[in-house]
Design a protein around this ligand. Structure first.
Ligand SMILES: [Cu+2]
Length: 362
């Protein structure tokens, strides 16, 4: 065997085995040093470190509309979902896409405190149609949506909103730390930098879910535990969003959120780990309502059709470059598959969420 072959073979072995002495810090970055991509505020930094990160999240709602956990017919949807003001809805949501782009900045002034700043950009796109049956039911004498009357039955249309979202900031505080575990608390807030008065093509305030911001100052507390042994690591997090104001400038506040998640991950080699995760989210309904002229033609126009409890299972991979020019660059990709939706009122079924996270610490 010549020297060249030996060197190549050595490189391969070196790539595939964890070799903790290679990094500047004395500990090589591990792929599972970060939680699965969809878990935020999952890690702290050592004194003096800072991190630049980018998070992307894509969520899709498609298919049936649910009432509680059960799919409903168009007839039930149109007759039930707009009852607060109208006998019937005239429009049906057929698809909703949400893209979130977030800058993830971290800086640790000391070992017990990591500061975070996370501005975000929201992009939402909804498609709606006017089910045929609506025209069959007849609208004679009803005082609703004359502007919809001249649309062809079944006609689909889309509308979208892009804009700055709320800006999350605050700190992670170390609670306990050992050689193989970390336990920290997150004390973050969000400033209402996102708009809550986006309007549709007709000049009416659009669906609540299409507003890029919450409109209120919010508190985002969290507790995160992570541990590791050998090639395994695991973690659990309890987090929430508490609205600190009774109503935003448009007259309502979003429901509070409580989220619990737990994951396990297995490190295949120095640069790759895989993860499984369970996630449960409870969100309260919207309190209050728009005080200005707003759409009233579909389920998403009414506060009663917001909030619920949602369960997901996640599958993810984390990568890190252990050396070379891209040393320390991290990439996480996770898919969250909805297991159960139990919605307040009438809401379209979730179809899945893609989470991507890139970061580099210095
Ligand atoms: Cu970080």
């Amino acid at each position: 065997m010549n020297l060249r072959k030996l060197t190549l073979g050595g490189s391969a072995i070196w790539l595939l085995a964890a070799t903790p002495s290679l990094a500047d810090t004395g500990t090589a970055p591990l792929p599972d040093g970060h939680a699965p991509a969809g878990v935020m505020v999952d890690h702290m930094h050592n004194a003096g470190e800072f991190m630049i990160g980018y998070r992307y999240s894509y969520g899709l709602n498609q298919g049936d509309t649910l009432h509680g956990t059960q799919p409903v017919t168009d007839h039930e949807l149109l007759h039930g979902a707009c009852l607060p003001v109208a006998m019937m809805c005239s429009m049906r949501q057929t698809e909703m896409k949400m893209h979130m782009h977030m800058l993830d900045l971290m800086y640790a002034p000391s070992d017990w405190l990591t500061l975070m700043l996370m501005p975000m950009w929201m992009s939402m796109d909804m498609r709606m149609d006017m089910p045929m049956m609506h025209m069959d039911m007849g609208m004679g004498g009803m005082d609703m949506g004359m502007d919809h009357m001249d649309m062809m039955a079944g006609m689909e249309h889309g509308h979208s909103v892009d804009g700055l979202g709320d800006t999350i900031f605050g700190g992670l505080v170390k609670v306990a730390k050992g050689p193989n575990y970390n336990f920290h608390a997150g004390l973050l807030f969000s400033a209402p930098t996102g708009s809550v008065d986006e309007k549709d093509a007709e000049g009416l305030l659009t669906h609540y879910m299409m507003q890029p911001g919450s409109g209120t100052w919010d508190f985002h507390p969290s507790l995160t535990y992570t541990g590791r042994a050998d090639h395994w690591s695991w973690g659990a997090q309890l987090s929430g969003v508490i609205r600190l104001q009774d109503a935003n400038d448009s007259g309502y506040k979003l429901g509070s959120v409580v989220q619990s998640t737990a994951w396990a991950s297995y490190r295949l080699n120095a640069w790759l780990s895989t993860s499984v995760r369970a996630l449960h989210t409870r969100q309260g309904g919207i309190e209050g309502a728009y005080t200005e002229a707003h759409g009233q033609s579909s389920a998403a126009d009414f506060p009663v059709n917001y909030g619920g409890s949602f369960t997901d299972a996640g599958l993810g991979v984390n990568l890190v470059m252990p050396s070379g020019m891209l040393q320390g660059h991290r990439l996480g990709i996770e898919w969250l598959e909805p297991l159960r939706d139990n919605v307040n009122g009438y809401q379209q079924r979730r179809d899945g969420t893609l989470q991507v996270s890139w970061s580099k610490a210095f």
